[in-house]
Design a protein. Structure first.
Length: 85
């Protein structure tokens, strides 16, 4: 038994029971939304993917700022584009 997952599920269940839909389906939906109905391996993979998406979003914002700053006019820009394609 994973005490952390049990504690997390307890919190989600209590929250669902105190909410607007305290039916069994409402509790199950709350557990699913919290990612507690998946295997620990899937949960780990999902968390890794969420971190990667956040990194890519940061990179995208930086790239947009560089483009807005005129990076495409800098020396070596075309060379860098060729290397990454």
């Amino acid at each position: 038994m994973n005490a952390h997952r049990v504690q997390a599920a307890t919190g989600v269940i209590l929250g669902a029971l105190a909410g607007t839909d305290s039916s069994a389906a409402g509790v199950a939906a709350a557990l699913e939304a919290a990612g507690l109905l998946q295997s620990p391996e899937s949960a780990t993979e999902l968390e890794a993917l969420r971190r990667r998406v956040a990194e890519l979003e940061d990179d995208s914002r930086l790239l947009a700022a560089l483009h807005a700053g005129g990076v495409d006019n800098w020396d070596g820009y075309e060379d860098a584009c060729e290397v990454t394609s």
